[in-house]
Design a protein around this ligand. Structure first.
Ligand code: CA
Length: 645
């Protein structure tokens, strides 16, 4: 009888709740959390329209299976507000306002897991907290995550496939270097390994949904999306074989402890997708910057001239070129350790300093996880060698490092990224990563994190004519997908006609299909606080003066972004503000010329400078006045661009 009473009391203590909702501040976006046959679920609506159908939630850990037999036993709501400034992201001043709902789930009458939702006007962020099951339990392994995404019938996907582990160049994959493809129906699983974040979906004619994750650091792994035959997706952890099998797939956490944030951004159009800051809204700086890190522009010889150009005389030319452009940096890419040598690197750094230029210096992340042969190797993976090297770089006045060839999303790799960043901050160095994972909130978490590749970047235009032929189509994806959640080091905006040493059309090399104005437009569309453009010294004489002059002045730090028009893979028009100056940039990948009337009433002046292409992709720059209603009609031919200042 006493026992029964205790059981009854326990049941009274944990009343089982029905579906609970939390809405954004303006009431249009709502998340409903519920339990369906013991499985926690969430549903997302916007203006009452279902954009995500009831989708599973839950974790399977070594201290308990929280994917089934669960009860929702309490929920609490509170407002969240934060103002912050991160100079290296798309908006310099962000005001974040959301409603937070904390949902407690119990199993066997005991609270074991919380799911925390933060809902702003167009973004949902949620994460799990695994609770202690008793006083002695301090750690857990997370074997599996049930988090799913069930889209309504008729949803299309814009997805980049997860690369097979230990494949590609020198077994360096996965490295987020596959194209984004529009799928008119869901239900596949990429090449068998799912898809990378971020992923964009168009829910019939009802709205857009961008799915990603943020706040991933050494406390967890990076995740991917696994596609199921029914068209839904579920969170997948890293691939066992990646990183040459080193490191675990299932992350380890302390308990009580959190998973990273899953994010879902929604809108009737692409405006909230292109303008979202959710990636940074829900994370915190993990350390103080040791110096004030700046944005910068620079050049790099490797992108056009290849491995053979990482030699002393060519780097001198690029220092002169960067100085002539009024830029700040030269990136000395792979193989400098053997082709230039440390003594000459010191001379280069000294020469650069005379010219008002600073160096970014390349490193291999390896290590013992892939076969990438380029040196220097064996430095960035080891704390003793790394810190000694970084002290040398600081003494040389080097501005930052570019570390390449990571190829894993495992927790052990996330720890390596974090340790490189934290050490580099001690020596006042900015970090750019290549051959890497998607940065997940890192601009705010690590103030010296500058940018990352994690995209089918400009090197592929050099490697392949097909990539040149589809350059505009891919470029029209990034503002709405990859680049909207993190800085993207594309390394582009070339003014060469052909990818070879002397820009010589009579010789071999991929032919650029896009126009010079397109190159200028991508310098604005592709956001990265540190840019190394694919321009070369020859462009001072072989490219149009108006294009070179534009590239001298284009900002790399922005205060604000506005979506004006676009469709992923077809065309993209954004406005970015730097101080009181607006730059409107558009590109078109469609066969037919794009004609749009832009409402530019937000610009301070009606006298504008317009860079535009004729139908033969011949660019020009002219002064124009906006119409009385402050509008401007633009025409962008296929593979062309427009920039309005
Ligand atoms: Ca790469």
């Amino acid at each position: 009888m006493k026992k029964l009473l205790l059981v009854l009391l326990a049941l009274v203590a944990l009343p089982v709740l029905r579906a609970q909702s939390v809405s954004g501040p303006d009431g249009r976006l709502a998340v409903t959390v519920s339990v369906n046959g013991g499985v926690p679920t969430y549903q997302i609506t916007y203006d009452g329209v279902v954009l995500l159908e009831p989708s599973p939630l839950g974790l399977k850990t070594d201290i308990g299976n929280y994917m089934e037999g669960m009860e929702l036993t309490s929920s609490a709501q509170s407002p969240v507000e934060d103002s912050y400034s991160v100079p290296t992201i798309k908006s310099s001043a962000v005001h974040y306002k959301a409603n937070k709902g904390v949902f407690t789930f119990s199993k066997g009458g005991k609270a074991v897991m919380e799911i925390i939702f933060q809902v702003s006007n167009n973004d949902v962020a949620f994460r799990y907290q695994v609770l202690s099951i008793n006083r002695d339990t301090k750690v857990a392994r997370v074997w599996e995550e049930a988090t799913g995404y069930v889209f309504p019938e008729g949803t299309r996907g814009f997805l980049s496939t997860q690369m097979a582990p230990m494949s590609g160049f020198a077994r360096t994959t996965p490295s987020y270097e596959t194209p984004y493809v529009e799928y008119d129906k869901l239900g596949a699983n990429g090449d068998g390994h799912g898809y990378v974040f971020p992923a964009l979906f168009r829910v019939a004619d009802k709205g857009w949904v961008l799915v990603s994750e943020t706040g991933v650091n050494s406390n967890y792994c990076g995740s991917r999306l696994l596609g199921k035959a029914d068209g839904s997706y579920v969170i997948g952890y890293p691939m066992e074989e990646s990183y040459n099998g080193n490191g675990t797939v299932a992350p380890g956490i302390t308990v009580p402890g959190f998973t990273p944030w899953r994010t879902v951004t929604v809108g009737r159009d692409l405006k909230p997708i292109a303008e979202t800051t959710v990636t940074w809204d829900v994370v915190e700086p993990l350390y103080e910057p040791s110096i004030a890190y700046e944005g910068s522009k620079g050049s790099w010889s490797w992108i056009i001239k290849g491995d053979g150009s990482t030699v002393y005389p060519v780097q001198l030319q690029y220092i002169d070129f960067t100085a002539a452009m009024g830029w700040q940096t030269v990136l000395v890419d792979a193989l400098w350790d053997t082709q230039i040598g440390r003594e000459n690197m010191e001379k280069l750094a000294a020469y650069a300093k005379e010219k008002g230029v600073r160096l970014f210096v390349w490193y291999n992340s390896n290590g013992y996880w892939n076969d990438a042969p380029q040196g220097p190797r064996g430095i960035m993976n080891n704390i003793i060698a790394r810190r000694k090297e970084m002290a040398w770089l600081r003494d040389l006045g080097v501005k930052g490092i570019k570390v390449d060839f990571f190829g894993s999303d495992k927790q052990v790799t996330m720890q390596l990224y974090e340790e490189i960043l934290a050490d580099a901050n001690d020596f006042g160095l900015q970090c750019v990563f290549h051959g890497c994972t998607l940065p997940r909130g890192w601009e705010r978490m690590y103030p010296n994190f500058a940018s990352a590749e994690a995209v089918l970047a400009s090197e592929n235009l050099n490697f392949s004519q097909h990539r040149c032929d589809t350059e505009a189509q891919q470029a029209a994806m990034h503002p709405f997908i990859r680049n909207t959640v993190a800085a993207m080091d594309f390394g582009g905006s070339t003014l060469n006609k052909v990818y070879n040493v002397n820009n010589d059309l009579s010789r071999r090399g991929s032919r650029r299909r896009t126009s010079d104005v397109f190159a200028l437009a991508t310098a604005v569309l592709f956001q990265s606080p540190v840019q190394h453009f694919a321009m070369s010294p020859e462009n001072l004489t072989d490219a149009p003066a108006w294009a070179v002059d534009f590239m001298k002045d284009v900002p790399t730090l922005w205060d604000e972004v506005r979506f004006l028009d676009g469709y992923p893979g077809k065309y993209a028009i954004l406005a970015r503000r730097s101080g009181d100056k607006w730059y409107i940039a558009g590109i078109n990948a469609q066969e037919e010329p794009l004609e749009v009337k832009l409402d530019l009433s937000f610009m301070g002046s009606s006298a504008v400078t317009v860079y535009a292409d004729d139908d033969a992709l011949q660019g020009s720059c002219k002064q124009q006045n906006l119409k009385k209603d402050r509008s401007l009609k633009v025409r962008i031919p296929c593979n062309g661009g427009v920039v309005i200042m």
